[in-house]
Design a protein around this ligand. Structure first.
Ligand code: GUN
Ligand code: ZN
Length: 472
């Protein structure tokens, strides 16, 4: 069935660049825009009058005038089993893993627990506007069965995998090189390419895999050449030193993965903080992706990702929340931290480039840019609606924002889940903030008495900002 969406619309055809290298043709923006959707896919995106003219008379319209319609966020590094670990303070990565993370992951031997957490995690993704994520399970294959089953029931486009780890972790979380190969292979055969789901080969990091297990990961990667690979790299200085001791023949941490054939397009490495230009050049050559996870890097005291240098050297970059080392499910909060971290390293990240990183670049990192990431015809209609009156402060600050770049910057700096007015999956609204307000007791905001005042006050003020030709 066809449907129309109306609102201010923004999406990207490529990297919009920055002040030194602006690529305006990459940005598509309509003050009064629309999407025509048929059977969950984009038919066309354009100015409202043109899109409306293409639809049959009587096509239903979901009118989000005054709000911004964007492609859904793509979170390219997160751990669903760490949902309950978020906000656990530690003394750096290794202490945090030992103290909180490994014990929490033990519980995922239980399929019922895995399912309960996966349901909550997917709810939280949707309320934050994330429609696709690259997700770590635990070492237990049943944790991945549970996650994929939940994602499949909801029709979500998700990429996930079973952690491979056979050393330097508690006994109760260890697999073996052989069992990790066999379990991963079974999961691939069961889930990869089923509906909207894809598998990711997931060695945790070089420290927790023996050389035999790295070879098992390499064998899986060779058997499935286009498959996503998902791991961590060079997050913490102590970790880097341990990798040097464990793999004394290696030139660098990255070189360990390179040695096993694990650098290639859609091989996504979280963090990549303590690397040099030789490593960056190697990532650019091979197409391996750095998943910038700034809230995690700040929370765990890991370091500052050099975004400007990575982009200058053509390293494919995407963005991840890294829940539960990361402190938020919100890609808006994550982009706010990305801006700040990049700034500390001397690079000023434009808001449009930030949103490109969190949408189309994320999709490309996962090899899904033919399916999602923007509003090109034929793509799956996963999109979100951002509310310029999400909070009193955002509403007030928006009045002074004239251009789309300025408005985006307000959302990125001040926004969180409250800014996500709706999240659509294959054209279907799976989350509406207004529905939540209608269910008393579900959300503390309901009881504050604040929200009902916002809409009547704000809508008339916002209207003038969205007139065609006003911004961009
Ligand atoms: N390195 C290896 N495992 C992990 C993990 O679970 N979280 C983070 N942030 N880094 C890791
Ligand atoms: Zn992680």
């Amino acid at each position: 069935m066809a449907q129309l969406i109306r609102g201010e619309v923004l999406h990207f055809l490529g990297d919009p660049g920055d002040v030194r290298d602006a690529r305006p043709a990459a940005t598509v923006h309509f003050d009064d825009g629309g999407l025509l959707i048929e059977a969950g896919r984009i038919v066309c995106c354009g100015a409202w009058r043109e899109v409306q003219a293409m639809a049959a008379p009587g096509t239903p319209v979901d009118d989000h005038s005054g709000k911004l319609v964007l492609p859904g966020f793509v979170d390219t590094h997160t751990h669903y089993p760490q949902t309950d670990v978020i906000a656990s303070p530690g003394h750096g990565l290794m202490d945090w893993l030992d103290r909180y993370t490994f014990p929490a992951e033990r519980q995922f031997a239980d399929p019922a627990w895995s399912t309960e957490v996966a349901e909550f995690f997917c709810d939280e993704l949707l309320r934050n506007g994330t429609t696709t994520a690259l997700v770590f399970g635990t070492v237990h294959p049943q944790s991945v069965d549970a996650f994929f089953a939940v994602a499949q029931r909801r029709g979500l486009r998700m990429v996930a995998g079973k952690v491979m780890m056979d050393r330097n972790c508690p006994e109760y979380l260890r697999d073996t090189a052989q069992s990790s190969y066999d379990d991963s292979k079974r999961l691939i055969e069961r889930w990869h390419g089923v509906g909207r789901l894809r598998y990711a080969i997931t060695p945790r990091f070089a420290i927790t895999s023996s050389e035999a297990q790295m070879e098992a990961a390499a064998a899986l990667a060779a058997a499935w050449p286009g498959m996503v690979i998902h791991s961590h790299m060079a997050e913490n200085e102590a970790e880097v030193a341990t990798v040097r001791a464990l793999f004394p023949w290696s030139r660098s941490y990255l070189d360990v993965y390179d040695h096993y054939g694990l650098l290639r397009p859609h091989a996504v490495y979280a963090h990549c903080l303590h690397i040099n230009d030789e490593d960056r050049q190697r990532m650019a050559q091979t197409g391996a992706v750095a998943a910038f996870s700034p809230t995690s890097n700040l929370f765990l005291g890991s370091g500052l990702f050099d975004l400007g240098r990575a982009l200058d050297l053509n390293v494919p970059v995407s963005v991840g929340t890294d829940v539960g080392g990361g402190t938020s499910f919100s890609m808006l909060r994550t982009l706010a931290a990305a801006y700040q971290v990049a700034h500390l390293k001397g690079y000023v990240l434009p808001a449009q480039r930030a949103v490109w990183l969190a949408t189309l670049a994320g999709a490309a990192a996962l090899g899904l840019d033919g399916e999602i990431g923007n509003f090109a015809p034929g793509k799956e209609a996963d999109f979100i609606v951002l509310d310029p009156a999400a909070t009193p402060l955002i509403a007030r600050r928006m009045k002074g924002a004239a251009t789309i770049e300025e408005k985006l910057f307000v959302w990125l700096t001040l926004g969180d889940d409250r800014a996500i007015s709706a999240t659509y999956v294959m054209g279907e609204a799976k989350w509406r903030r207004s529905d939540q307000r209608m269910e008393p007791g579900k959300d503390p905001d309901m009881k504050s008495g604040m929200e009902p005042d916002i809409e009547p006050d704000i809508e008339p003020d916002i209207e003038p900002d969205i007139e065609p030709g006003r911004s961009s």
